[in-house]
Unconditional design. Structure first.
Length: 652
């Protein structure tokens, strides 16, 4: 409480100082630099070709580098929850899991620079692998995107775009302390150029204490202490004016201290090379290879034995060709991927210790713009999977009509998710409670996604800008993969199976207002409704209503001082979830999770053009859930975070 009062007093005194400074100091011309126009952001996720956001008929949300800095997020999970209504991270079986608009982690494809991430825990990627300090922007496509990205893109794609090479050298060191878990996070990055060669290196290390979750009906108990280390290197070579070659390599290590005698270790090694060739003004070719291996092991502290019991390795090759015409307004994209997926585990049903699957795909997309007001996209893709000896076609069509200050978008897209090697072949014990059995007869999940969007923009005078969007969508699922109760050798367990159809309807609304003085406000709302047949359980566990909001004030005072203050928050409605009540897994009950809201106040100060000091009070009003489980926020109340970042090239 003393820390909270001290931080609040510091923030209040800062605001008073700012008010006095505004009264005494004329705003410099750079005040408008706090405003970010999202419609001018170049995106590649929705179409796999660079286009301005305002010209894309597929609904895409971009979180810019400026928004990432202003959010002052502790990690990727915190950032996405602040920015996207309808997205919630919760806790299950010792791992954090995600739900976005009724879709779980299985159906949201996470990419880094367009590349897949190997490994999973509770059907989610290891989010702690993602380092925000070298992220340039994050592009989110909601709805089916399998036509371009294949399996697992049924509910959308989250593509994390890292920083591109610059023409100057840079170096940064930063440190951050978070009070709830007593986590220290230290990072550093360095970039330099020598002729046609650019190198970017980033390192990060974290150490967090255990978080004891002692709710009235806590079903979790403790989030274990953990530490992590990561290093990434990217080298870009301009072989010629038209050919760019990018090589990358990275290593990640995380250790979770489950007990004094037993630790869990997670390792990842990734790398790749990509060549981009601008053949001429209208033609581009990209050829790439990527490698990613994610391992899990159990470490016995006393005997120092480190036993690897899980390994997922992916080797992916890709080619992408783009041809533009009509002043680059229209273009055709043709591409293909080949992937070898390897999984090692002691939990396979037969005597094998590992399984492999080869995937081969090809796709074509036509982006046709007959004039400046129309943009139409059509795409077709086919994926082949060796494990099931089957193929899966997907297709999409989208159109956008622009008016003076408005635009209308409409789209249809099909998506799919191929059953994973785990779901096909593994038999594993779920925390000693019951068995989960693989099913080699599983079919691909499929969905049909329909959406429509209205977007309006308005400049109210020279200083005030407003942007608003409203989107409605409807999803129909076929062969939804979940687990159902079976009995083997007299024991009850769960087996992966395809179940009856599911449907999800929803809507999003966003309004953003920005003033040239540095003041802006944004409100986003999401509604989700799961439609199931009579007597069938709702498998989505999605909260029907959610809201995020943010008020920002940023101003530059002269050349040596800048201030940014933000008040943000999110609210989630209550939800009823079907859960098993017996060890035989033959009875279910409805568990009620109450709604909640969490507020955050943050202050960022830029000093001497190279020093940034951050302070934040998260969960401002001290919310604590009654029941810590699969649909509850992972918070013990109000927590204080402080940090400092030094840009050495600006200081010297």
């Amino acid at each position: 409480m003393r820390k909270l009062l001290f931080t609040l007093c510091t923030l209040l005194s800062t605001l008073i100082f700012t008010a006095n400074a505004i009264a005494e100091t004329a705003a410099p011309d750079t005040a408008c630099s706090w405003y970010h126009d999202p419609l001018q952001t170049v995106v590649v996720t929705a179409t796999r070709t660079p286009k301005a956001l305002k010209d894309i008929p597929v609904v895409t949300r971009v979180i810019s580098a400026q928004e990432i800095r202003q959010a002052d997020a502790t990690d990727i999970k915190d950032l996405l929850q602040q920015q996207l209504p309808g997205l919630e991270f919760s806790w299950s079986m010792g791992q954090q899991v995600m739900n976005m608009g009724g879709y779980d982690g299985n159906n949201i494809l996470f990419l880094v620079d367009g590349e897949r991430l190997a490994g999973e825990s509770m059907d989610n990627v290891d989010f702690s692998r993602i380092n925000l300090q070298n992220v340039a922007r994050i592009e989110i496509v909601k709805g089916a995107a399998s036509t371009l990205y294949g399996s697992s893109a049924m509910g959308g794609v989250v593509n994390i775009i890292t920083k591109q090479p610059s023409d100057t050298w840079s170096a940064n060191v930063n440190s951050r302390y978070e009070g709830a878990t007593r986590e220290w996070r230290h990072g550093a990055s360095g970039e330099f150029n020598v002729g046609r060669v650019n190198s970017l290196t980033t390192v990060q290390m974290t150490d967090a204490k255990a978080l004891h979750l002692d709710g009235e009906v806590s079903s979790i108990g403790t989030a274990y202490a953990n530490s992590s280390r990561s290093v990434k290197e990217r080298i870009t070579v301009r072989a010629t004016d038209d050919v760019k070659i990018t090589g990358r390599a990275g290593y990640f290590y995380r250790e979770r201290r489950k007990s004094n005698s037993q630790h869990e270790r997670y390792r990842d090694a990734d790398g790749g090379v990509r060549a981009n060739w601008n053949i001429d003004r209208n033609q581009q070719l990209e050829v790439a290879y990527s490698f990613d291996q994610y391992d899990k092991s159990d470490y016995a502290v006393v005997t120092r034995q480190d036993v690897r019991d899980y390994s997922n390795r992916q080797n992916i090759g890709r080619a992408l060709y783009n041809l533009a015409w009509s002043d680059a307004r229209s273009q055709i994209t043709v591409g293909g991927d080949v992937m070898n997926d390897y999984l090692l585990s002691y939990q396979f049903a037969d005597s094998r210790k590992h399984r492999t699957q080869n995937t081969l795909d090809g796709f074509v997309q036509l982006d046709y713009a007959p004039d400046e007001r129309w943009d139409i996209i059509g795409g077709l893709r086919y994926d082949y999977f060796s494990a099931s000896d089957k193929g899966q076609p997907t297709w999409k069509v989208a159109a956008m009509r622009k008016f003076d200050n408005q635009s209308l978008r409409a789209s249809y897209a099909s998506g799919f998710r191929a059953p994973s090697l785990k779901e096909l072949y593994m038999d594993f014990n779920m925390a000693g409670i019951f068995m989960i059995y693989g099913n080699p007869d599983l079919k691909c999940e499929k969905n049909h996604n329909f959406s429509a969007t209205w977007e309006g923009r308005s400049d109210i005078g020279q200083d005030l800008r407003m942007n608003a969007t409203v989107t409605g969508y409807f999803n129909m699922f076929d062969n939804y993969i979940t687990t159902t109760t079976v009995q083997r050798d007299g024991e009850y367990g769960q087996m992966y199976t395809n179940v009856a159809d599911q449907k999800i309807a929803g809507a999003d609304a966003n309004v953003q207002v920005s003033h040239s003085c540095g003041l802006s406000a944004k409100v986003s709302y999401a509604w989700t409704e799961s439609i199931v047949g009579k007597g069938q359980p709702d498998l989505t566990s999605a909260r029907p209503h959610s809201l995020t909001w943010r008020i920002d004030y940023g101003h530059l005072f002269g050349e040596n001082y800048g201030l940014h203050v933000a008040l943000s928050g999110r609210a989630m409605s209550d939800v009823d979830v079907k859960e098993y009540t017996s060890m035989q897994l033959d009875e279910m009950t409805t568990t009620h999770y109450a709604g909640y809201s969490i507020w955050k106040l943050s202050v960022s100060q830029c000093l001497w053009q190279g020093v940034t000091v951050n302070a934040a009070v998260d969960n401002l009003f001290g919310y604590r859930p009654r029941n810590y489980y699969a649909n509850s926020a992972m918070t013990k109340g109000t927590t204080v975070t402080v940090g400092v970042s030094l840009d050495l090239e600006k200081l010297f």
